[in-house]
Design a protein around this ligand. Structure first.
Ligand SMILES: O=C(O)CCC(=O)C(=O)O
Length: 289
């Protein structure tokens, strides 16, 4: 497939002016060797331990096609303050039977790993992440969301083109994502794609809680730009994503998984909207970044 390649940087140099300029121009920043292979292995092993403790069978039955909507939407809402598990669409049939063993069935784990799991918390509040936060220019940073995206072999679901500020909206917009490849992310197993410079255009949607239910509202009907840049990421590479950047990832039809850990931050100098889907208790977000 025809595509552009991103500029690539090395973390050994710290957060440089050249990185700053690339982030401002492109809306993303690819930093190779940000996390050591050991750190990636630790997060990967912890993800698998968490999945070991998850009752996938009960879950798939509870959320199978018949009569699931209310329970599934409550489960999603509560995941803001919990470690919750979401299954790959192709891992469950309509009757709720699990079609894969659970280590190969989980699509995503989220959204408070950085608060509740000691292994993920250690990494999320490490000195490297703190240095990155400083470089990204957040004045009063707060990590509001974290997740492991598994992209399982053969059935790994696609992530549609979106902008992260759609889900974590502040006034003014301040959302930034840090995404780390825990395993090699390639063109074959569903690496991310981005629209270089697309963060200079408008925010298209907001996902919000209208008091009754979660809903997606349209702010601007202009179609999203084409995601022209593939972001393959060897294990340990970190990608910084601007909150307005259109990005997506393709399904994984290959034989290898593509685990990644993503953290999303906002600046507390901005107003965090009360109708954002994700609302945290006061005790969350008090750790210094
Ligand atoms: O890992 C992926 O495929 C998508 C991640 C993503 O969209 C994000 O972290 O904002």
């Amino acid at each position: 497939m025809d595509h552009k390649s991103p500029k690539r940087f090395e973390w050994s140099d710290g957060f440089t002016v050249a990185m700053q300029e690339a982030f401002e121009a492109d809306g993303f920043l690819v930093i190779d060797r940000f996390a050591s292979p050991d750190s990636c292995d630790r997060l990967l092993a912890q993800s698998k331990t968490l999945i070991d403790g998850f009752d996938a069978k009960a879950h798939s039955v509870a959320f199978s096609a018949t009569g699931q909507t209310h329970a599934a939407s409550d489960y999603f809402t509560n995941s803001a303050t919990d470690i919750s598990f979401f299954l790959e669409e192709e891992a469950v049939d309509d009757a709720g039977n699990l079609l894969k063993q659970k280590q190969r069935a989980v699509n995503k784990i989220g959204h408070a790993l950085h608060e509740l799991d000691p292994v993920f918390a250690d990494f999320s509040y490490s000195s490297d992440i703190k240095a990155l936060v400083k470089g990204a220019g957040l004045e009063k940073p707060s990590m509001v969301q974290s997740m492991v995206i598994c992209k399982q072999p053969y059935i790994g679901g696609e992530v549609n083109t979106h902008q992260d500020s759609t889900f974590l909206f502040t006034k003014p917009e301040t959302c930034v994502g840090f995404w780390i490849a825990l395993e090699d992310a390639t063109l074959e197993n569903g690496c991310m794609w981005a629209a270089a410079g697309g963060h200079h255009s408008s925010l298209r949607h907001r996902f919000r809680n209208n008091g009754q239910k979660m809903e997606m509202i349209t702010l601007d009907e202009t179609p999203m730009p084409h995601c022209d840049t593939a972001l393959p990421a060897p294990k340990g590479t970190l990608v910084v994503l601007h909150g307005r950047l259109p990005h997506h990832s393709a399904p994984n039809r290959s034989a290898v998984s593509r685990y990644a850990y993503a953290m999303h931050l906002i600046d507390e100098t901005a107003e965090y909207l009360e109708d954002n889907w994700l609302q945290r208790p006061k005790a969350f977000g008090t750790r210094q970044l």
